[in-house]
Design a binder for this molecule. Structure first.
Ligand code: WTA
Length: 645
């Protein structure tokens, strides 16, 4: 089969699919010609306290204003909990938790989850947390993470989750930016048999976070941690005596639900802000359509709640749809590299959603660890986070899914709130490596460098021409940055930062970022962040960071470092810099290569020519292009000769 050959829709899937090819076409048609009518028809998938009468009110020009369902009122936690209980599903499992240790797991029903959410919500109110206050969540993959998110939603507080792998500094800057008054953390996290010192990190971060008045500490490993009198509270002591009912706050559809920090091409991470009504409709709509979700099915997304995938496809989407969602604390390779499939069999998982980097790592170990487990419960397989190469796609399809399970390669971003381009299992034939076609209501297009629309089979910058309900509304505290980042490169269009190719069948192939964001093992990283971490080291004068191709991680982090006069390069210093960046940002930013650079290729106006640095890092040194505009072209030769790796 050729790499871009079509894999037909499975008749057995199509016969029972929620959305068939005809239905998809009809939906897309209505969403394009009558968006208000289409979304009025879809908005009933979540529970409203007051039904919206206004549907779409969006403008990508000028100041950029995005409003959906703007006169509606709701509470996200009611859509995820109360209404399932009201319809008699309280005893159904909401969260299956699988611990890092294969011997530990738990099940939480909708009724139990509701009770825990209400207790924490009551406790937070007692601590003085009010509607619109920001609450930082720095937790491992334990049930408390979902409880904390929903408890914030219950009282109208805006959660900002920081991935447990981020350093104290990264945590502190995120808390400071949104002035959180409460931090919810745990004693420790667990990953692959190791412990992550969350409370220790949090204490370090809080030294520079005067806005935080209270800290709630969940017990996970049970290790002794310092508790500051008057500030730190044990979760259980605080919540256990609270009533298991809590009046939900009435929220406007456009009230914020959460902030999630993400890396951009410049400066510090920005607080992507999502609001309540549109996001919830989008989470429910996409989760149901893309995964062809049926009540009663067991659904597992392997992401961490610290990333947007965990927000939309572990918590809000599945719970809005009344699903049983699996939360996994561990890693694919521990205790052995068959762990994913062991968990699939143990919990009889029907829908499985993971990242290409995990697939590539497992593929390296061959079929053995997969074939040791049955996997007969699997029905749909999903991929997210980075482009999936056709080899990995085919391995996932043939080896993991036994050619029985359609693969949904889902393209989206923190900013988009949920999936925008993806096959629907019963409606779209797949091509290995292609995210295929947009969902109904999504209007991608390609433009050239000048913003001119490109037609037909071609490649260019990926833009979205009109709004969809799940779109981010602003950058927290910095609307001008929102407009500048997403709507100024190509005025009137949402610019994704990605490049894409559209083939003769109209299928979309995401080619990767066209800005200075790199994607390391599915984690977004701004090269500027790594550069500023490096130059913060006392011996470093200047640094330039680019992505390089990496067999497992998709992209690796390649750093060019110029030392201060008088400093000598050494292996010890190289190790020190790697450790330094890990400490400054977190282990996900670990440099893969550091090259000593006596000089960097700069234009006469002093701008670093990253194009050349990317080529050298990728070892494509025979296609460096024009270097004649450089202030000093000889630095390039020096860099080529001393390339590392
Ligand atoms: C990349 C993760 C190709 C893309 C949900 C995007 C993908 C960035 C895919 C967003 C995919 C995500 N195929 N590339 N299926 N999914 N990406 O914000 O470059 O962490 O811009 O959101 O990941 O990363 P983020």
């Amino acid at each position: 089969m050729p790499d871009d050959g079509l894999i037909a829709i499975k008749p057995e899937i199509a016969a029972k699919a929620l959305v068939t090819a005809e239905r998809r076409a009809a939906m897309a048609e209505q969403a394009a010609t009558d968006p208000d009518g289409f979304w009025r028809g879809e908005m009933g998938r979540i529970a409203w306290m007051r039904e919206p009468t206004k549907i779409k009110n969006t403008d990508f020009t000028g100041d950029v204003s995005i409003k959906w369902f703007e006169d509606g009122e709701l509470n996200a936690s009611v859509s995820c909990l109360d209404r399932h209980i009201a319809s008699g599903r309280g005893d159904q499992v909401a969260i299956i938790w699988e611990g890092d240790d294969p011997a530990s797991d738990s099940k939480t029903t909708y009724a139990q989850l509701h009770a825990r959410v209400c207790q924490l919500a009551n406790a937070m109110r007692k601590l003085g947390v009010k509607k619109r206050d920001r609450v930082c969540i720095y937790l491992p993959m334990i049930v408390e993470a979902a409880v904390a998110m929903l408890a914030c939603a219950r009282i109208g507080a805006v959660h900002s989750i920081v991935f447990g792998g981020f350093s104290p500094d990264s945590l502190a800057s995120r808390i400071q930016d949104s002035e959180c008054s409460l931090l919810i953390t745990a004693d420790e996290g667990r990953r692959g048999g190791r412990k992550v010192p969350l409370k220790v990190n949090a204490d370090e971060a809080l030294k520079s976070c005067p806005s935080v008045r209270n800290v709630i500490v969940a017990r996970n490993t049970g290790t002794a941690v310092a508790m500051r009198e008057g500030r730190d509270h044990e979760w259980a002591a605080l919540c256990d005596a609270e009533p298991t009912q809590c009046e939900p706050e009435r929220m406007n559809a456009e009230d914020p639900l959460f902030i999630l920090y993400t890396s951009g091409s410049t400066g510090k991470p920005k607080g992507v802000l999502h609001t309540t009504g549109g996001y919830m409709v989008w989470a429910s709509f996409t989760h149901e359509l893309v995964f062809d979700y049926r009540p009663g099915e067991i659904y597992w997304c392997t992401a961490d709640v610290g990333w947007v995938t965990g927000h939309t496809y572990i918590v809000y989407g599945p719970l809005a749809n009344g699903a049983a969602t699996l939360m996994f604390e561990g890693v694919p390779s521990w205790p052995d590299n068959g762990r994913f499939w062991q968990v699939v069999d143990k919990h009889q998982v029907n829908i499985f959603y993971t990242a290409p980097t995990a697939i590539r790592a497992l593929m390296r170990d061959g079929e053995g660890p997969v074939k040791k487990h049955k996997r007969t419960s699997l029905r749909i397989l999903g991929s997210v986070g980075e482009p999936i190469n056709p080899e990995a796609w085919l391995w996932y399809y043939r080896v993991v899914g036994d050619e029985r399970c359609p693969i949904v390669d889902t393209w989206w971003q923190t900013e988009t709130g949920g999936i925008l381009i993806s096959p629907l299992p019963g409606a779209v034939a797949q091509k290995p490596g292609s995210a295929t076609l947009p969902l109904p209501g999504v209007t991608p297009a390609l433009v050239d460098g000048e913003g001119k629309f490109l037609e037909g089979a071609t490649e260019g910058n990926l833009v979205i021409t009109d709004s969809w309900p799940g779109q981010m509304r602003t950058v927290y505290g910095d609307h001008p940055r929102f407009v500048q980042t997403y709507f100024s490169t190509f005025p009137g269009l949402y610019f994704t930062g990605d490049g894409a190719r559209r083939d003769a069948d109209g299928y979309w192939w995401i080619t990767g970022r066209v800005d200075d964001v790199i994607n390391v093992a599915g984690h977004r990283m701004g090269t500027a962040e790594v550069e500023s971490a490096l130059v913060a080291h006392p011996k470093v004068a200047e640094a330039a960071v680019v992505g390089m191709p990496h067999e497992l991680k998709g992209q690796g982090i390649y750093c060019y470092v110029t030392l201060n006069a008088g400093e000598e390069p050494s292996d010890a210093l190289r190790k020190e810099l790697v450790a330094w960046v890990r400490k400054e940002i977190g282990p996900i930013a670990t440099p893969d290569a550091i090259q000593w650079a006596p000089g960097l290729p700069k234009t006469r106006s002093g701008k670093i020519m990253r194009r050349i640095l990317r080529k050298i890092a990728a070892n494509e040194t025979d296609s460096l292009g024009d270097t004649s505009t450089l202030a000093d072209p000889t630095v390039v030769q020096e860099l080529v000769e001393n390339r590392v790796g």
